[in-house]
Ligand binder design. Structure first.
Ligand SMILES: [Fe+2]
Length: 562
């Protein structure tokens, strides 16, 4: 039995289950080469079907993990229901809370923004599918991350900007059941607040929130605390819910920021926001844990991409599972886990490696290398031990791009589409920034480390394979991995690599440790600034040619520019 799920909003994505096994998942941006690509992910759908070697008519279920129409960039014009949505948002601060926060208002919102299923049915039919798709609630889809967790009983917390009129939920999960305990409507969205601050600071909303998080530690305590006091007036936790007390939402909240934050320096704003976020979310989680006396917790939804917030939560609740890359690109994966568990009574295994994207054969790589487009621009040799060759070059101070096996699903490069460098040398931060990344100067890099070594490098270490958790670093880490941590507070967002999860990447790290005596190295995603992570050999070669990466090791080929 094959189950397909399609998310067609921001960073549209498709995923496929065979029975209860996650077979393939990829975001459309990797195929169209446009970051955060929205809309029907036609290429990603074709890819997941090809991966399973099936045709559209073999698919037994199609799930759309959101009830409402996606709010796409080009749709932000004031037409039809979008116009209504904008008005509702604009006036929501003035609507009495008993009406604004009522189930009736939510029902009305959902009725007015519901997906037009006839158009979906038509599109799906045209693509050759025989079944009609059905929709699953956005936050229930996020919460279904639980089915991938190692727990049989847990409290599940979801938080995001907004989805189907909500910005957060709390579920009690036991066995295959998810019981809704609380819903937080969009007006009270702490994710939306983070997005508007990102916008206020001149960065790209819905994309650069992580930069605001990275900026926060640089604030001076004195001025940061002053900004924090202002943020404390905007959001609070009350009786198990998160409440917007700012008197604004969306663009009107932006006006409040302009009024209150004029003259406040950017890093102090970031500090105030981050501190308030952590405080409110922790208080909210603590409330439910104390009430239900359940100590396993599951986190899902875009707000939990905030690794600093996750670190604070994990320090209080060590039995925690955060779904990796838990923005809306995770909806197809989690919604399939729901359908498989609830409808078919077959819960998937706890989440394992997420190398769920395309893989390219040696022939395909060699054909690309020999193609007219690249043959004169690159030189290459073949090797039997690409891992050792990569390790040796990285130890020599070279910047090596690695392209191997299946592409990672999600926002983080986990070694298969990664740029690697010696993390003990701070010069490499500037070198990579100059050579390829052109990142903002305050943004940290992250390390990959061998399983086992994480106990030497991380304070309160735990197995963290997805780069979705941050840790304080040890003294040794500050020596070995200084270029792959936050340069001001020395926190790290590691990928711990287990042999069974990625044997080839493990071997590379192992060889590197034998040469250098260090158990980890710098790992940043393999892409040019402003582009999605590379997918195909041709994407990889183009990136090599437009950067100053020293070597590209692709499959068994060592490649450099002529
Ligand atoms: Fe979401």
């Amino acid at each position: 039995m094959y189950l397909l799920s399609i998310h067609d909003g921001h960073t549209s994505t498709a995923a496929l289950f065979r029975n209860n096994e996650l077979l393939a998942a990829a975001s459309e941006e990797r195929f169209t080469r446009k970051k955060c690509q929205e809309g029907m992910p036609v290429n990603a759908i074709n890819y997941v079907l090809n991966e399973a070697k099936i045709a559209p008519e073999d698919v037994d279920e199609i799930v759309l993990p959101t009830l409402s129409k996606p709010l796409l960039g080009e749709d932000l014009k004031l037409t039809g229901t979008n116009k209504l949505r904008r008005y509702v948002f604009r006036f929501s601060p003035y609507i009495p809370s008993r009406i604004r926060d009522s189930d009736f208002a939510l029902k009305m919102y959902r009725a007015l923004t519901r997906k037009d299923m006839s158009s979906y049915n038509e599109q799906i039919k045209e693509m050759g599918f025989k079944v009609e798709p059905y929709t699953l609630d956005h936050h229930l889809s996020h919460a279904s991350a639980y089915y991938f967790s190692p727990f049989d009983k847990a409290l599940v917390f979801t938080l995001d900007g907004s989805g189907d009129g909500l910005s957060g939920t709390v579920y009690y999960a036991e066995g295959d059941n998810l019981q809704l305990l609380k819903k937080i409507n969009s007006y009270h969205s702490i994710g939306e607040m983070y997005t508007r601050v990102t916008q206020y600071l001149g960065m790209k909303p819905l994309e650069h929130e992580y930069k605001v998080m990275g900026l926060a530690p640089y604030a001076s305590k004195k001025y940061g605390e002053q900004a924090y006091k202002k943020f404390s007036k905007y959001f609070t936790h009350r009786n198990g819910s998160i409440i917007n007390t700012s008197g604004g939402y969306g663009l009107s909240f932006l006006n409040i920021l302009k009024r209150d934050m004029f003259g406040v320096r950017f890093d102090n704003i970031a500090y105030g926001l981050q501190k308030r976020l952590e405080e409110v979310v922790l208080s909210w989680i603590n409330y439910w844990v104390a009430k239900k006396k359940v100590y396993n917790i599951v986190l899902s939804g875009g707000v939990f991409m905030n690794v600093k917030l996750n670190m604070k939560i994990k320090n209080e609740f060590p039995n925690m599972f955060v779904f990796p890359s838990c923005g809306d690109e995770s909806l197809p994966l989690t919604s399939l886990a729901y359908v498989s568990s609830v409808k078919y009574g077959k819960r998937p295994k706890p989440l394992g490696p997420i190398y769920l994207g395309p893989e390219y054969s040696s022939d395909q790589i060699e054909n690309t290398l020999e193609s007219k487009k690249y043959a004169k621009l690159v030189r290459y040799t073949r090797t039997r031990s690409p891992e050792r060759e990569a390790a040796r070059r990285i130890a020599d101070g070279k910047i090596v791009a690695r392209f191997n096996g299946r592409m990672e699903w999600g926002a983080r490069a986990l070694g298969n589409r990664s740029i690697l460098a010696d993390a003990s040398n701070l010069v490499n931060v500037q070198k990579i920034n100059r050579a390829i990344k052109k990142r903002d100067f305050w943004m940290p890099f992250a390390p990959s480390m061998l399983d086992g070594w994480h106990k030497e490098y991380l304070v309160n270490a735990s197995y963290a394979p997805y780069m979705i958790l941050a840790f304080q670093s040890t003294k040794l880490a500050r020596k070995d991995l200084i270029a792959a941590m936050h340069q001001f507070d020395f926190t790290v967002r590691p990928q711990v690599v287990k042999k069974t999860w990625n044997p080839s990447y493990y071997e590379l790290l192992y060889d590197y440790s034998k040469i250098t005596g260090r158990g980890g190295l710098l790992n940043t995603s393999f892409n040019l600034h402003g582009f999605p992570i590379v997918n195909s050999p041709s994407d990889a070669l183009r990136t090599l040619l437009n950067s100053e990466i020293d070597y590209l090791i692709m499959g068994n080929y060592i490649i450099s520019r002529r």
